[in-house]
Design a protein around this ligand. Structure first.
Ligand code: SF4
Length: 436
């Protein structure tokens, strides 16, 4: 078996090596001062790799300057550029960043052109020792793939395989792969299919794990922990990102807790009816992450259908109400029982031009009674609509102060002023309910 180790400015990512923890800036990449401050705070909070969005050539120049300032200040954390759609931007930033994240399928609508662009791109990466992440998300599969395989885990794996085969043919191995989804079942299945394919080929590329649009608060943590733990317990996953719609530094302790969970807690083979779990933890967050890492995989893999739980946090017995809420969240995160409104929210990045966290919390507050619905709150119109996959309704940032409101995949209202957008979303849902 050939075990590929990616090298990102000296940081090694590969199977059997310690799990690398990463996060992403959510400030404007052209705001150098803000980006430098955020990168330093992330490094201090434990980030081993930091991603910034570089949507255009101006952002490539900004990234160059951010890197220069950081290195001057002694912050050597590898920087990853996030590029969508433009092969020209990807090629330009490959000469600046330590790693570039792309979805080559989106380089061009014509597949042969995307292949040619990808080849040019990896040549520049080879020349500059730049690592690559091929990142294919559930919500952004191209038409060609969905027509052949549907919007499925199988489609995600197939979309990935052709680019990996190109890397192998071009003898380019400084590559990490990711197949993210916000649906935990789809996400786990996609990575497992890809891992099986790599084993059959006899070549294991490092995998970057993540649940996209996990949201915030307890649910964001529970979804990420349950899905990531399901893969990590099987030895799948070499670098992880926990995406939260919160300040990005909040992601790092969660990611660290998930990464370290299996070091002290080998996989348990619990099964059967209603197993009981007991925890004693210093605080609530430690409890929900540990319990999600332990019980989440059992639910996702359908080895148990239900469970009992008790917990003592900092010496105090946790109330039955709080435990029931955790249990409802975990059952919903693993898609076993839906009792609440489901939310999909991106973490935001340099493309987000409104206060995403505040808006998301307000949408949650005003729609929490809508159990059975899935509502998305997305930072930008470029990737938001594709990434919100199966949401029933969506609130999508369109530009400065303007929002698009979606029903399913269709934008039913465009350029709604931000102050009116939550009301517009709620009116649409209420009218649809009446007209059902
Ligand atoms: S959907 Fe959110 S995280 Fe993704 S590019 Fe847009 S703003 Fe950034």
């Amino acid at each position: 078996m050939k075990n590929i180790v990616a090298n990102v400015a000296g940081l090694q990512i590969g199977r059997g090596l310690p799990i690398v923890i990463q996060t992403m800036c959510n400030c404007n990449t052209n705001d150098i001062e803000a980006a430098v401050a955020q990168c330093n705070a992330m490094r201090d909070a434990g980030a081993q790799m930091i991603r910034l969005t570089t949507q255009g050539l101006r952002e490539v120049e900004s990234l160059k300057e951010i890197k220069r300032v950081l290195r001057e200040q002694g912050n050597n954390t590898p920087l990853v550029a996030d590029v969508h759609f433009s092969s020209e931007v990807a090629i330009a930033v490959a000469q600046v960043a330590d790693k570039v994240r792309i979805n080559p399928g989106n380089f061009a609508t014509e597949h042969e052109k995307a292949q040619r662009d990808f080849k040019r791109f990896i040549e520049v990466c080879r020349e500059h020792n730049t690592a690559v992440r091929i990142g294919i998300n559930h919500g952004s599969l191209g038409k060609r793939i969905t027509e052949l395989y549907g919007n499925t885990a199988e489609g995600m794996k197939e979309a990935m395989v052709e680019w990996v085969q190109m890397c192998i043919a071009e003898d380019f191995y400084n590559v990490v792969l990711s197949l993210k989804a916000s649906n935990t079942v789809v996400m786990v299945e996609a990575y497992r299919l890809l891992n099986r394919w790599m084993e059959e080929q006899g070549v294991i590329f490092p995998l970057h794990l993540g649940v996209t649009e996990a949201g915030n608060g307890d649910m964001g943590r529970i979804k990420s922990a349950a899905a990531l733990a399901t893969l990590l317990q099987d030895g799948i996953g070499e670098t992880i990102r926990v995406s939260l719609t919160e300040p990005p530094v909040n992601e790092l302790p969660v990611a660290a807790a998930i990464a370290s969970y299996f070091q002290g807690n080998p996989k348990r083979n619990t099964s059967g009816e209603n197993p009981q779990f007991s925890y004693s933890t210093p605080d609530w967050d430690t409890f929900i992450i540990a319990a999600s890492c332990e019980i989440g995989p059992l639910l996702l893999d359908r080895r148990i259908d239900d469970f009992g739980i008790d917990c003592t946090c900092a010496g105090e017995k946790v109330s039955d109400e709080a435990l029931q809420d955790f249990k409802d969240n975990l059952l919903q995160a693993t898609r076993r029982r839906f009792t609440k409104c489901e939310y999909v929210a991106c973490p935001g990045c340099g493309r987000t031009l409104y206060n995403l966290e505040e808006t998301f919390n307000e949408v949650k507050r005003r729609t929490s009674h809508l159990s059975g619905y899935c509502i998305a709150v997305m930072g930008c119109i470029v990737n938001g609509p594709g990434e919100m996959a199966d949401a029933d309704y969506g609130y999508v940032g369109e530009g400065k102060g303007k929002v698009s409101i979606y029903r399913g995949k269709e934008a039913v209202m465009r350029s709604v002023p931000q102050e009116e957008a939550i009301d517009a979303l709620l009116n649409l849902i209420e009218n649809d309910k009446k007209n059902k």
